[in-house]
Design a protein around this ligand. Structure first.
Ligand code: ZN
Length: 179
């Protein structure tokens, strides 16, 4: 599903009580910070009360996260539910007043285009909120982590190497200046 793939909810918004339900499967291709090992799958159900659009959903995926200690990739299942409400203004068309109801979102990020939901934006927000805060690889914080140690050693060696290069350059410059 592309970023601008829209789920038209106008039918539900003009007919309070009428449900729209869809199955969702997306790989969130525009998301650089999120690495999914499996597509995000689930469903969304939308219904209007007349002045509120209620959106419920349930999703699951498998994310590739990074151990903050050693940088090792960690695959973790993530599942979450969504239960959102968005204000609606105007009179739904079903009441025959010649008016139309319109979704009036108060979110800082773009979730709707007119009466259509930008599904991927909603799902992305839900996923980000529900990501594990501090995933850790099998070594955890207590156990010594060979990867973390190796990284420290590599960093130390790199520093030492840089210092050696620097000294060598200085010596060479001194020799050149002295001759
Ligand atoms: Zn680790």
């Amino acid at each position: 599903m592309k970023r601008d793939e829209l789920l038209d909810l106008n039918d539900a918004i003009q007919h309070p009580g009428r449900k729209i339900a869809v199955d969702i499967s997306t790989e969130l291709p525009d998301e650089a910070d999120l690495d999914l090992a499996k597509p995000l799958e689930g469903w969304i159900e939308a219904v209007s009360t007349g002045n509120l659009l209620l959106i419920e959903g349930e999703f699951k995926t498998r994310c590739v996260l990074e151990c903050p200690r050693c940088g090792a990739p960690i695959e973790q299942d993530v599942d979450f539910t969504m239960d959102e409400q968005f204000p609606i203004t105007g009179t739904p068309a079903m009441y025959g007043t010649g008016e139309f109801a319109k979704i009036e979102p108060d979110e800082p990020y773009e979730l709707f285009h007119e009466n259509s939901l930008i599904v991927e934006n909603l799902v992305r927000e839900g996923l980000i909120i529900n990501l594990p805060v501090q995933p850790l690889c099998e070594h955890g914080w207590e156990e010594p982590c060979p990867e973390a140690e190796a990284r420290q050693v590599a960093a130390k060696e790199e520093k030492r190497g840089l210092l050696a290069d620097h000294l060598e350059a200085l010596l060479r410059k001194e020799q050149a200046d002295g001759s």
